[in-house]
Design a protein around this ligand. Sequence first.
Ligand SMILES: [Zn+2]
Ligand SMILES: [Zn+2]
Length: 334
Amino acid sequence: MALAGICRSDYHMVAGELPGYLPMALGHEGIGIVETVGEHVTSCKPGDHVILSWIPACGTCRYCVSGHSNLCNLGAGTLAGPMLDGTFRLHKGDADIGQFCYVGTFTEHIVVPDISVIVIDKEYAFNPAVLVGCGVPTGIGAVIHRAKVVPGSTVMIIGCGGIGSNIVQGAALAGARMIIAVDIHDFKLETAKKLGATHTVNATRQDPVTAAMELTWGIGVDYAFEAIATPATIAQAVNALGKNGTAVIVGLASALENEIPISPLSMVLYQKTLMGTLYGDSQPRNDVPNLLAMYKAGKVKLDELVTRTYKLDQINEAYADLNAGLLIRGVIEF
Ligand SMILES: [Zn+2]
Ligand SMILES: [Zn+2]
């Protein structure tokens, strides 16, 4: 492994907010070099630079063949512990150690399924290319593939960290005319401006829904993306919508949260849509190389997204910084 990204989703396991096998090697955003391959592996060879996908794509289930490999049926076992063949590859003494999403990128060396590996061109620096494993396709994909934002739209993004900042640049790519970035940390809002935000709202000083209404002359926004995944902020996204608007839940919520306080009446009277998205409905095997090529072409920004690098033994500090709101993205450097 060369680098691994610090994403909030792993912390759900630490906090007991996601059910899963324990002990588990966490981490799902990562980049590295193939050292050796099993006898039937054809997708990569020793020496290849690879980004890991946190959903394996079998290529044959109905979701894979219908253009939604992010929903591959093999994704169902990502928190179960063992690898796809039912065996464990990590052990400590007699104890088997699971691998988060079949990868577990917070490890110096990993054994992964070949269908979790995406070979990339060697011209890309590991930092920042590592971010194209999770944050970038999830954020940009939520805009382009899931919501299908059209040019001229008005868009609000609630939460401008590792996912939300990529939603901001996705909205800019889609040609949105108004991109309202919401966060409680001013430095994240400053980064959002560099990525294309036209307006910023610090939610500690201004209510996001009121701001959305004021900025759109009382109409509400066409699209609202929620990248924090708390019931209160999801409700804000829905309430910020205008007629025929679409709200998208992008952040991974705690399994302990199961109610969103929204008005069913407004859903009908305003003909609103509330949708979720996994991995931004991206197809990693296509989108990962494509997003890197877009970075090379100057269409996608990556360098602005890495706030800080850490060593593996600083991982608790990295998560403390993430939870304190100090990071757009932190990365572990092996
Ligand atoms: Zn992630
Ligand atoms: Zn599949």
